[in-house]
Ligand binder design. Sequence first.
Ligand code: ADP
Ligand code: MG
Length: 351
Amino acid sequence: MIDHCIQPLPDQVIKQIAAGEVIASSASVIKELVENALDANATRITITMNAELSSLQVADNGEGMSLEDLRHCAYAHTTSKIRSTSDLQKIVTLGFRGEALHSMTQIASLQVRSRPHYPTSETGYEMSYSRGGEVISEKTIAIAPGTIVTVSDLFADFPARRHALPKKSQQLKAIQKTIYEIAMAHPDLTWQVYHDDRLWLHLSPVETPQQLLPQILSQFQTSDFQYVSKEIKTPDQEGQSRLELLLGLPDRASRHQRDWLKTAVNGRCVRLPEIEQTLVSGLMKTLPRDRYPICWLHLHTHPHLIDWNRHPAKTEIYLCHLKHWQEQVQNAIKDALQLNSNSVPEIVHNR
Ligand code: ADP
Ligand code: MG
């Protein structure tokens, strides 16, 4: 975080980030709130959802917010994470557009309770916000340091959007996918997720995504995956980047998990179509016809080599030195397969 003071963004920056609608579903509420918790350096995330998924709460043990920040956080285009156009070249946080909380006031009731770690404060505050993001009630409360954001009556005033929502089971699936994607990029977090008053999902902190994946795909064990973590020189760049590749070994590849090929950059799960193509072409030829790769790729590189503005929801990005990354990915696949060459059975290629 650049500093702890929330400020409105200049118009020029607002235009440049081409901000779009960010809240379209219960899963996007969870995603935005958890990303805020991570930007505040939280290590523990507790999510509580009611049976209908119309009330969603994310509690964190992060840095918390000052009274002044709580008064400003739900206005449009207000953020503590960037200040000017030049900051767009060095984004190190998951959020930066200052839109999410404001968007939530537009489609739900928003309440934020928070107490900052620094400057230390004996008490916290509880705020409720109007549709425009103004504070409509403010009170002092006893609360542990950190932040609890509650979004309730989701889409209550938008019957058409409420009816267009997918079935509850599909919404839960989307929420689970969101949580797993964030967790893979941040395996050192503790997650507790409650749905309808029951513990629905729990993840314990681990050091690597290799140790986390069996908690997510319970039919697998840590030894079913090969994990490569390599320091890489980035062209035109002093210092290092890093590539992490987690690969389901060919004999344990999945018949069912078609969507378990995921890519992340600097802590955010994003689509990298060109890199995904490299992964698919490198991996499919190692697999029998009815199997799909289980693959997690995480690139850690310099913020100015990434343009987050390929897609309004920040889900697709441009990477500089794409060819270089593609080569590195090919090498990492070779390394991962070679590491295990003694235990990998001969594979018959029938395509
Ligand atoms: P952005 O994340 O793009 O800055 P948001 O609307 O999501 O925009 O949040 C606005 C601001 O509120 C953030 O910049 C941050 O300063 C503050 N904030 C939101 N959630 C939290 C949280 N869980 N912990 C600490 N600060 C938070
Ligand atoms: Mg945010």
